[in-house]
Design a protein around this ligand. Sequence first.
Ligand code: F6R
Length: 241
Amino acid sequence: MKLVIAADPAELALTVAQAVAAFIRANPGRLLSLAAGDTPLAALRELVSMQQRGEVDLNSVGYVGLDEWGGLGPADPGSCIEVMNRHFYHPAGIRPENLCVFNGLAADPEADAAAVLELVARRGPLGLTLLGIGMNGHLGFNEPGTSPDFIGGVVTLDDVTREVGRKYFAGRTPGGTGITLGLGTLGRADRILLMATGEKKRAILTRIAASPDDPALPASHFVNHPAATWYLDRAAAPDTV
Ligand code: F6R
């Protein structure tokens, strides 16, 4: 497990933003997939600040959405695209031609997901993905039991994901489906950055670190992945590391 441990979330955000910016500068034209959720937001805001200071051109790469809640779109506060628009795509001025995301409102979600996956196949593999760790060990919406070969598509959400997901929706429980890039697609990225902060993530990270390739813990498939680096703050770091 390749680990970077920062003193606190602010230091971690800076470290992650610097790693992502360095990749973007060295790899124009590549595709990135960045998680929504709470964990990466400070790092995403830092990337926007770096661009404002002229340190990186965030439009020199393309972006593909990592995931989306079924039935939700850009007008729904808390949807992945709404969060990413608010914190990253809009303040960074990402041009539409540089962005491809899952449409949670699509009449045929499977066909919409297939089109996104086709773009990744054509332009990919991913250059870099920045992932947050779910309280059940999920990545994107790759829920417990997901095959490491899953390319992506429409999935049934785990109960833990729906319960934890209430924090994004003012206490309302999200619906039962999600759309996601799969572990197989994420695992082909040149760089996989897995990020977690806070005491509440320590128990799941302790389990993940102790159980590489455990089907019950999707993130554990990346414990020994050669392209993966785990970025944790001290509070989230397992006692064993
Ligand atoms: C969000 C996503 C999820 C989150 C994970 C952690 O786009 O893909 O997998 O990264 O649930 O969420 P937070 O960061 O809110 O703890």
